[in-house]
Design a binder for this molecule. Sequence first.
Ligand code: KIV
Length: 299
Amino acid sequence: MVLVRHTVARPEARWLTSHRLCLAEFALERKRGKEDSGEVSEARETPKTIRQRKGREPIAALTAYDYPMARLLDDAGVPLLLVGDSLGMVILGYPDTTHVTLDEMAHHVRAVARAKPRGLVAADLPIKTYETATQAVESAKRLVDAGAEAVKAEGGRPILPQIEAILAAGIPVLGHLGMLPQHVLDEGGYRIKGRDEAQRKALLADARALRQAGAFCIVLELVTPAVAGEITRLVDIPTVGIGSGDECDGQILVTTDLLGTSPDFIPKHIQPDELLRDRMVGIIRAWRETLPETSATHE
Ligand code: KIV
């Protein structure tokens, strides 16, 4: 068990933080150790190895929703794979993430986990599955049973009891602050956070609280670059940004946005050199045009 460096003021809080973090990491390392007892030789990522990248090397994180994409991300050496509830839009065709269920998440987590990537597999707790501490632990366990090695929950201080309960159950937590897509209907859109002093202070306090609770990393979504940089310097766990500027410890993207395979949407924070979907349509059309006449007509 490794002790962690941190800046928690109260000694009892420091012990609690280390204890929760170590419990979660220890459980995962034991699980991964068992899986690795065969022929796998290359080191696999854990929350600890992700955390240790802070200040050393940038963290590349991408979403994966199925087996083939998890294999491709693994080949590309991606250390953190997120089975994001963005799958609601990019895979299932929902208008936003508020329709995604725990069953749907578990189904996709199982597909990703079958790839046995070296990258850490984190999964989103979908909306309405972590309303209480008890429900949060039950839901997180469902995702872990499906193959997730960490779970992500949206929010800071308002969901701290849930986060603490998940960590106390030995499950690592990836935090998520800034624009919270599960709140998109309440907020009436995807709005940048950290623009005024009240939002800035709230974000800093939430980041500090997540760190103290024992989260191993924090996603910062649509946070102003200045505030994202401030959070990154404030906490000793890594931040991975999405649409939050360059001052985070790493970046996280929805993989279909990066590759340009989404049929409908390319977010502002991505300028793909090439849209893979155009190539895919080209390949499909070219194949369609090669079909011999006879195979299409039946006398
Ligand atoms: O669901 C998701 O893909 C996410 C990323 C956008 C961070 O939460």
